[in-house]
Design a protein around this ligand. Structure first.
Ligand code: SAM
Length: 222
């Protein structure tokens, strides 16, 4: 039922957002964006809705002038990574995924399950092959992040689970440049993602800003 509701919401959101954007104003900053997002969704390369994908692109664009690399944890078929890669400029982009789908976990909730979102690493790497400065970290995060010491301007988390989200916040938060953004998917849908952000941010100056989509973000203050 949840899954059907999600699919209906996603289809409706997609249609409505496209209509809204096309009828009420021209998406002048990036006129091809809607078509690009549509293509990725139709080819089932991305799970983000149209609004969520636009939000992601806005965050990336806003962070390109902040010194530091970019990262995505939770790449799967690579659609959201492609949107980041197209907009990252000369920044490095670190991409993390098991490509085996969601890892072993003791709190999947009712929706998530082991190996969900398993994807072909070869196809995903092929999709992104023309972009420079991409570093692939295949396997279970955070072990795959060992040795990375650079600062980050933008991080996209799309890992669905409490443990993966908390691990990512612990790893990236201290490495974020001032003004850098950590954007997460599934903040409203996954109790685990929300719990990880609430717990992690409890003693920080930054509070998660829940968006009208299924996303939330924090902006690193210092
Ligand atoms: C919902 S999918 C990502 C979808 C993709 N961002 C998109 O928009 O289509 C979630 C991904 O998170 C990955 N994942 C979750 N926890 C992980 C961890 N600890 N290490 C590596 N990958 C992880 C899974 O393998 C899965 O591919």
């Amino acid at each position: 039922m949840t899954s059907l509701k999600t699919k209906l919401y996603s289809a409706f959101d997609s249609l409505l957002t496209k209509l809204k954007l096309e009828l009420f104003y021209h998406y002048s900053t990036d006129p091809n964006l809607l078509d690009e997002i549509d293509k990725l969704r139709k080819k089932q390369l991305m799970l983000l809705t149209v609004s969520e994908a636009i939000q992601l692109c806005e965050c990336v664009a806003r962070c390109t002038t902040i010194p530091g690399g970019m990262a995505e944890v939770g790449v799967s078929n690579g659609g959201s990574a492609l949107l980041i890669a197209q907009r990252k400029g000369t920044n490095t982009l670190h991409l993390f995924d098991t490509f085996e789908g969601l890892p072993e976990n003791d709190a999947y909730g009712t929706y998530f399950k082991k190996n969900q979102y398993k994807a072909s690493m070869e196809n995903t790497q092929q999709l992104l092959k023309k972009y420079e400065q991409i570093h692939w970290h295949v396997g279970l995060f955070p072990a795959t992040a060992e040795g990375i010491i650079e600062k980050f301007s933008f991080v996209h988390l799309d890992v669905d689970l409490y443990a993966s989200t908390l691990d990512a916040l612990k790893f990236f938060y201290p490495k974020m440049a001032q003004g850098g953004i950590i954007l997460t998917h599934d903040y409203r849908f996954s109790a685990g993602v929300r719990k990880a952000f609430m717990e992690f941010c409890a003693d920080k100056k930054e509070a998660p800003l829940a968006l009208a989509t299924n996303q939330a973000l924090i902006v690193k203050l210092s």
